[in-house]
Structure formats: structure tokens, C-alpha cells
Design a protein around this ligand. Structure first.
Ligand code: 13P
Ligand code: SF4
Length: 336
């Protein structure tokens, strides 16, 4: 019987991320010609050891351009799959293959095929938080950082199916003013739980704070309502991808910022602008999938070549055009 991940990790329990662990990870990464990529929601010690930390779009672009032969993707499974689609000749490892995503699970390829059949001729725009099978049924993928630009690139008279996130979809619809954009009713359990009343309460208690809101959040509409009603000056309300939050942190003159997204984000923001006080709108907003990538699991990945990510050749070939269009559209940045 195959060993469980817990059994595999037994030799690594007690690794100290402050000392020998760092040296060993760096040594093995060099020996293996591996590049370490970490999403902004990863544990601080994983973000700190990575070669590049960033948002989904930036990490996809880095994976596509890297000349390392192995990519260690410290993030969730769809991100590692996207890297494999873009760089099929590379070995792509994720330190724990169980790191899934509730949003990606909210639509299957069969459900998408049925939806497409109801709207023949519509252009399918899928958020990158989808499985490779869903991407294979997609015309253009997008991330939170370029979703608006991707939809603007589609002729105004063509119907669009936007999936799977309803809050990002509402944001794109508002920004583009399109009536012919149909939105799938999916959501991320972490972001949907950051709600409007909680945001309004925190904003009232911190009237000078900027609000950095991820468009997957249940409170994004409320944030724009607060701005529209003048309850919070509209210049203080910013709907941003995780990478754009870091850019904005360096640019703002605010002394405090309320952050509505997964709490791993705070580490990168505090590093970018140590003089600003960043606090979470909801400090329980932690993604258990992102946190499965532990220091012990990263060490195991490097030592034992686990868990390797595979995407079957035909699915990858069908998905690649949509993912490539995604990395070509929108401004550079979002990671470093
Ligand atoms: P971005 O990093 O693209 O903003 O996405 C956030 C996210 O929820 C990834 O799961
Ligand atoms: Fe998926 Fe939400 Fe976790 Fe992001 S925070 S990986 S969207 S479950």
C-alpha cells in the first residue's frame, strides 16, 4: 500500500524553517535546477525562501519564461497544472497534491459543455482557478489582475460566458458595462466569507484607511456601495489582484490599510511597505489548501520528487491556447 503524505513526512517532522531547512532547500533547488514559485497566500517561510512570489498571472508568466528544468509550485493544484500546460517539457512539482481549490471545484467540464450548448457562439472566459479539463473547453483564461482587459478584448456584440466566480464576474460586468456577459454562480469559500457588514464596520472604525479588496470577495459590491454613497472616499477603495495590492502598497500615502483577501497576503504587504499598518477585514480568512504547503512538504518535494503534476497531452494541447492568451493580455508585474 502506498505511504500517506503524513508517513512520507515523518522524517521531516521538526524541521526548523529558520536554520538548516533554508540551507537544505536552497542547496537541493540548485542541485536540481529548480525554480521555487510561491503564491502570495503561502506561509511566510515559504514566501521568504521562494525565488519568486506573486499573483496567479505573474507566476504563470514566470513559469512560462523560466529556463529551469523543474518548477516547484508552492500554491494550489490548478496553479501547478497551469504551469505544466505552459511548460510541458518541464518537471512540475507541488509539495502536496491535495492542495485543491473550492472555487475550481465549483464547475466541471461536463457542466461547462452543457452551459455552452445553451449559448452557441458565446466566448468562454474562465478564471485561472479552474481544472485543466475546464480550461480545455475555454477560449480565453484570465486572472483577477487581467479579467477586465480579457473581456474588453472580445467584440462587444459577442456573448460571453464568464466562470466560475460570481463576485469577480460582477466586478467585470460593472467595469465593462456588458449586458451580454453571463456569470456562473461559483465562489471561493474563503473570499465569499469576507462579507459586506464586516467591511462596513471596519471601515467606519478606520475612516482614513485605504481598502484593498480582492474581486473574489463577497464584500466587493459593498465596498463600491460605500464609495458610491460617499461613506468612504472613492479614492480609498481599491479592487485589486494580490499582486496589484503589493504595487499599490508601495504607492499609497495612507497610514493604514484594511485588506480583504486571504490573510497570507499580509506578509507580502508588510514587507513591501513596513511603515503602513495593514490589517485583515476578516482575520479568519485563511485558505486551508494554500497552508498545506508546509516547510516539511517543500523539503520532501525536493528530496523525493513529489508530488509530480501531470496533465494529459491532449487536454494540455486543448487548454494551451486559452492559457497563452491569458498571459499575453494585461500589464506586466504582479510578482517579483
Ligand atoms: P490572484 O493572486 O491572481 O489575485 O488570485 C488569488 C486567488 O484566490 C488564488 O487562489
Ligand atoms: Fe481557491 Fe479560495 Fe483558496 Fe484561492 S483562497 S486557492 S480561490 S479556495
Amino acid at each position: 500500500m502506498a505511504a500517506t503524505l503524513e508517513e512520507d513526512l515523518t522524517p521531516y517532522t521538526g524541521v526548523d524553517p529558520d536554520s538548516a531547512w533554508r540551507d537544505e532547500v536552497r542547496r537541493l533547488a540548485k542541485e536540481r535546477d529548480a525554480v521555487l514559485l510561491a503564491h502570495n497566500y503561502q506561509l511566510p517561510e515559504i514566501q521568504d525562501i521562494a525565488d519568486h512570489t506573486g499573483d496567479s498571472l505573474a507566476l504563470s508568466r514566470i513559469a512560462a519564461a523560466s529556463d529551469a528544468s523543474t518548477i516547484i509550485f508552492c500554491g494550489v493544484h490548478f496553479m501547478a497544472e497551469t504551469a505544466k500546460i505552459l511548460a510541458p517539457e518541464k518537471t512540475v512539482l507541488i509539495p502536496d497534491a491535495r492542495a485543491g481549490c473550492s472555487l475550481a471545484d465549483s464547475i466541471t467540464a461536463d457542466q461547462l459543455r452543457e452551459w455552452k450548448a445553451e449559448h452557441p457562439g458565446a466566448v468562454v472566459v474562465s478564471y485561472v482557478n479552474t481544472t485543466a479539463d475546464v480550461k480545455a473547453e475555454t477560449d480565453i483564461c484570465c486572472t483577477s489582475s487581467n479579467a477586465v482587459d480579457v473581456v474588453r478584448s472580445i467584440p462587444a456584440d459577442q456573448e460571453v460566458l464568464f466562470l466560475p466566480d460570481q463576485f469577480l464576474g460582477a466586478h467585470v460586468k460593472r467595469e465593462t458595462g456588458r449586458d451580454n456577459l453571463h456569470i456562473w454562480a461559483g465562489e471561493c469559500h474563503v473570499h465569499a466569507g469576507i462579507n459586506g457588514p464586516e467591511l462596513a464596520e471596519r471601515a467606519a472604525a478606520n475612516p482614513d484607511a485605504d481598502l484593498f479588496i480582492h474581486p473574489e470577495c463577497g464584500c466587493a459590491t459593498s465596498a463600491l456601495y460605500l464609495a458610491g454613497e460617499g461613506i468612504v472616499p472613492s479614492a480609498q477603495v481599491k479592487i485589486l489582484s494580490t499582486g496589484d495590492m503589493v504595487t499599490q502598497a508601495r504607492a499609497t500615502s495612507a497610514k493604514s490599510v484594511l485588506v480583504a483577501t486571504e490573510i497570507g497576503m499580509l506578509h507580502q504587504l508588510r514587507r513591501a511597505a513596513p511603515e503602513i499598518e495593514f490589517s485583515a477585514v476578516n482575520d479568519r480568512a485563511s485558505c486551508r489548501y494554500m497552508k498545506m504547503i508546509t516547510p516539511a512538504a517543500l523539503l520532501r518535494a525536493l528530496r523525493e520528487n513529489k508530488d509530480e503534476v501531470h496533465v494529459d497531452v491532449e487536454t494540455a494541447a486543448r487548454a494551451r491556447g486559452a492559457v497563452q492568451r491569458m498571459i499575453e493580455i494585461g500589464k506586466p508585474g504582479g510578482g517579483e
